[in-house]
Structure formats: C-alpha cells, structure tokens
Design a protein around this ligand. Structure first.
Ligand code: GCU
Length: 439
C-alpha cells in the first residue's frame, strides 16, 4: 500500500511550548504532566491513503467514492473509532411540550419537543429546543447541535425548564450534586447567539447531550445505549460497539427526523454544529447522516478534526484513558500506536463529501492541535475534488481571524477553546452559501 509521507514542520508560530489550553467550563481537562507542544518533536508519520483501497485500487470518480470507498471508510471509522450505530430503534415519538410565539423579544417562536422511542420507554427521551425566526417568509434552514449545559443554559429566558438530568460538575454553581441549578440559566447563551441566527433567517435546534447519555464512564447504564442493548442487560462493551459520541450523534439524527415534520423548517437545509467533544459528535453525525448538508466542527480536537498521528497536545493515549466511553473499545488499542489505526481524521472529514465542511480552531486551544485540525481538511480535499468541489485553496494555515476555503473551509480565531459570535458569523455565512446551492 502506498503511503503519503508528511514531515513535521519546524514552524510552530502558533504552538509554542507552554502549558495547557483552556477547556470548556464543564470539563476539567485531564492535565498530564508531559504534553508535547513542540512541532519539531512530532515523529514523522504517514496518513492512510484516502483514495486507494487496501487492495491497491485507485478511486478516480465520484461514483466510485460514493459506491465503494465511502462505505469502506465509514465502516473502518465504525470499527476502529466510534463504533457502529444500531440500524433499528422502532418508532420515534414526537411530543410538543410547549410553544412560545414571542420568544427572544418577539423575534422567535420557541418550541420544546420531546423525542422518545416507543419501543424503549425506559429511556426518557431527549428534549429538543427549537427557535424559529418570526420574520421568516417560508421554511427556513436550520442549525442542529447538542449543548453542554441544558436548554435552560442556552436560552437567555427564564421560562425554559431546568434540565433534570445528570450533569457534569463544573467549578461554578450552575450544577450542584450533578443536577442543574437556577444559577445555570443562560450560562451557555454566548455560545448560542440565537439573536444573530434569527436575524440571519436561520432556525436553531439544540438538545442537552446528557438526555441521550450522561457523560461519564458508567453513563451508558442510565442512557440510551444501555436501554437499547439487549433490553438493558448488557454489562460490557465490545470492540466495534458504539460509544457515547455515537449515541449523542444519533440524537442529532433524530432531531433531523423531527425537523422533516416541521413545516417552519426546510429539512433539506440542515447544518450540524458542535463544540469540542460535541464537535467530534457533529463530525460523526455529519459523516453518517447525509441530511446534514453542512457540517461544522468547532475546536473538536483529538478524536475530531485533529489528525491523531500528530503527537501534539491531546493524544489518543490521553483521550482514551480519560474518556474511554466516548469511543468504541478498539480505539484505545491505538494509544501510543496511532500508525496501526487504518483511519485518521482526514477520512472523517472526507466522509461528508461532497457536502460542505467548516473546521474552526482557536489560537490558545493548543490542547486541540489547531494545525492538526487544519491538516485534516487539507488532506480530505481529494475526495471533494472528485465532485468538482474545492477545498481550502491554501496549503498552509491562514493568518489568525482570516477564514479560507470553499466547500471545505477553515479559520483559526483569536482566543481560547470556546464558541464565539465571530465563529457563528462565519458559519452562518458559510451555511447560507452552501445551503442555497442546488443539490
Ligand atoms: C477535554 C478533552 C477534549 C474535549 C474537551 C471538551 O479537554 O480532553 O478532547 O474536546 O474536553 O469537550 O471540552
């Protein structure tokens, strides 16, 4: 098998060796003492070939990509990284819990909808919060993404019910005894600039990721995975079984199911978005579910957009030790042995082709390896080229706060690990450009 050899660059302007990157407030990051932040110390690596099958056949057409290579790459990603999402779950039930026509000072209609499974009543379902711009003249495009802190944390308004589910304990008092408190209201609103999305004519659909599975190693027992597995009696997870990221991504696809029934939304114009671990989730949702026409990865890092073979910032060893439940069991066998893994994240990005992908980094988020996030999009481009689509249009990371790209786009923004209004401004512009194109 031919391989593509990449030598580590010596230029590490953005990645000087210093201490840790900032993480989201909900998640005290693992802080291993020895983290490499030196580009020059990354051992040479070879990426698995994107457009050549293991038997050596070169993929030269879009048809061959769609019919042969894409299913093979998807299956490798299932087997080695995220696990296989079940194919059957029976009837999905939608129950409208509340409609507020004058949300956000009259700018939006807010709907709360419970999405549950008729065959698995033990699972309490997920609560979708949907904002639709009131000024819309017809069905609107929609961003779909999971949130970290509950719908009450995303909305700035006091009448959104507090989440009652298990929540990760942060340093502040938004969560006490692993349950949301009133102090958590609006704490994530900055990451979800609903006013901006409404003004731009986009609906926004979100759910608390813990509705599908609490984010800890035993969380599956109280979540969807446990409920669905052998009628709830599964006691361990095997190689190739799905992990929590797969379950959270599944939740996004069920929201797409609901949106197909929602007259105010144009379900042919969906963008999926996520930050950090939920950026890994949005990439995996976008890889599997082609209803997401635009896929956004915000600071998704290791296990997301960052190339796993670059030993810099967070590594496979660190992530699989701290968060084994996110992935399929097989993934941990690549700790300190990444070269044995038959995939890397350029293939995760390519799985979205020819749909549009936006990858974003932040300068101070060195833990997530901004350069590795950039490179996955760059090395995914040949898959997009098969469809006559263009990627970044540049081979080097662009200057700070300078978005680049066409069907695959990228920016590295000033600041820390976070989602900002600036990030959303770019995503909204990108989504408008791509969702208004003919199929
Ligand atoms: C930790 C983890 C990252 C993850 C991040 C987050 O820092 O190491 O992989 O992206 O949490 O989700 O906030």
């Amino acid at each position: 098998m031919r391989t593509l050899l990449l030598l580590p660059s010596l230029a590490a302007a953005l990645l000087s060796p210093a201490v840790q990157a900032q993480q989201s407030p909900q998640t005290p990051p693992p802080q291993p003492k020895q983290v490499n932040y030196d580009e020059a110390a990354i051992p040479p690596y070879a990426l698995p070939e994107l457009l050549r099958t293991p038997a050596g056949v070169e993929i030269k057409t879009a048809t061959d990509w769609i019919q042969k290579r894409r299913p093979a790459v998807l299956s490798l990603y299932e087997q080695h990284v995220f696990g296989k999402t079940p194919t059957q779950w029976g009837k999905v039930v939608f129950e409208t819990l509340a409609v507020k026509k004058d949300a956000l000072e009259g700018k939006a209609t807010r709907k709360l909808v419970r999405i549950s499974l008729a065959d698995y009543p033990k699972w309490q379902g997920l609560e979708l919060m949907l904002h639709i711009p009131n000024e819309a003249k017809g069905p609107v495009p929609c961003f779909v993404g999971p949130n970290f802190g509950g719908n009450h944390a995303v909305s700035p308004e006091p009448d959104v019910p507090l989440s009652t589910r298990w929540m990760r304990q942060g340093k502040d008092d938004a969560v006490a005894n692993n349950r949301a408190t009133e102090k958590g209201r609006g704490t994530e609103a900055k990451r979800w600039p609903l006013d901006l999305a409404m003004a731009e004519g986009f609906a926004v659909a979100t759910y608390y990721y813990g509705d599908v599975e609490p984010d800890h190693t035993d969380g599956w027992k109280d979540g969807l995975r446990g409920t669905m597995s052998k009628n709830g009696s599964q006691t361990e997870w095997k190689e190739g079984d799905w992990g929590a990221i797969g379950a959270w991504a599944w939740g996004l696809s069920r929201i797409a199911d609901y949106l197909a029934t929602e007259p105010a939304v144009d379900a042919k114009k969906l963008a999926v978005i996520g930050h950090s671990r939920l950026g890994k989730t949005s990439l995996w949702a976008g890889a599997q579910d082609r209803r997401f026409k635009v896929v956004v990865s915000n600071n998704s890092g290791e296990g997301g957009a960052a190339l796993m073979r670059r030993n810099i910032g967070e590594t496979t060893a660190v992530i699989t030790k701290a968060f084994p439940h996110w992935f399929t069991k097989t993934y941990s066998s690549y700790a300190n042995n990444e070269s044995a893994c038959p995939v890397d994240s350029h293939m995760l990005i390519a799985l979205a082709a020819p749909r549009a992908v936006y990858i974003a980094s932040a300068v101070e988020d060195r833990w997530a390896d901004p350069k590795g996030e950039f490179l996955s999009g760059l090395h995914a481009e040949p898959a997009f080229n098969l469809f006559g689509k263009k990627g970044y249009g540049v081979a080097e990371q662009p200057a700070i706060d300078t978005p680049v790209g066409d069907t695959v786009a990228y920016h590295i923004r000033t600041g820390i690990h976070d989602v900002t209004r600036y990030d959303w401004e770019q995503y909204l512009r990108f989504a408008r450009r791509h969702l208004n194109q003919p199929e």
